[in-house]
Design a protein. Structure first.
Length: 245
């Protein structure tokens, strides 16, 4: 536990500074604050968390704390402090591990920056570029997925059209059997499709035996069942072709 003497010494050293200075624990809790911080930040002396005092998200604050705990030299990062009157103060915050304390603690000094500050401008540009890169990456992923989906649908339609044409030109039951074996598997997403004009053998797997007409069975070879709407379409096409012979 942090010794009271260390906190008293911290307050004495930072009392005359005009910039907010904080001691923040590894879990983002504010352990001590100088008078300048108390005048600017509501609740800073009430065991507040740094996440309650800034506009950035808790995840962003946690990332900065971890970064500062790994260095003994003040390292800048941008934070937006929330003042008593609701104003938001953009600050360049210099953080480093307080090596003079026995537990992991960040010594943090906040310096107000104006909109023309080159550090802030560069940081905002980097953040904007990162957001744009993320958006473009996700858009590219979505576009690739949509293109693949459309291509799959187009291929399925082409296979279905080929089956329709083949069955429409069939003149014998044997031709229907041949065309089903050739064109039905791509439509149904299976490895094989056999049209039996007689009842299937008792040993056949009943899960893939699909009745089409009385005495006519479509036997499928597949790892998973085909889409019901595709199966119904194929059954209707086969039934229509056989009835028209």
């Amino acid at each position: 536990m942090i010794q009271d003497e260390a906190l008293v010494l911290f307050r004495k050293i930072t009392a005359l500074l005009t910039e907010p200075v904080l001691l923040v624990s590894a879990d983002t809790r504010v352990l001590a604050a100088n008078p300048a911080a108390a005048r600017l930040l509501p609740g800073v002396l009430d065991d507040a968390s740094l996440t309650d005092l800034v506009s950035e998200s808790a995840d962003d604050v946690a990332v900065r704390i971890r970064q500062w705990l790994r260095t003994g030299h003040p390292t800048p990062a941008g934070l937006t402090l929330r003042g008593y009157d609701g104003t938001r103060v953009r600050c360049r915050c210099f953080g480093a591990r307080a090596q003079w304390l026995p537990v992991p603690t960040v010594h943090l000094r906040a310096v107000r920056i104006d909109p023309g500050d080159r550090f802030l401008t560069l940081k905002d540009r980097v953040s904007a570029l990162e957001r744009e890169r993320t958006i473009r990456f996700r858009a590219t992923e979505s576009r690739v997925a949509l293109t693949a989906s459309l291509e799959a649908v187009q291929a399925k339609l082409e296979h279905l059209h080929a089956l329709v044409v083949a069955l429409a030109t069939a003149t014998t039951a044997e031709t229907v059997v041949h065309m089903v074996a050739k064109h039905a598997p791509p439509v149904l997403g299976c490895t094989g499709a056999d049209l039996l004009l007689t009842p299937p053998a008792p040993t056949a797997d009943p899960r893939w035996n699909v009745p089409v007409l009385p005495g006519v069975t479509l036997v499928l070879a597949a790892d998973t069942p085909p889409a019901p709407e595709h199966l119904e379409s194929v059954k209707a096409l086969i039934g229509g072709a056989l009835r028209n012979l």
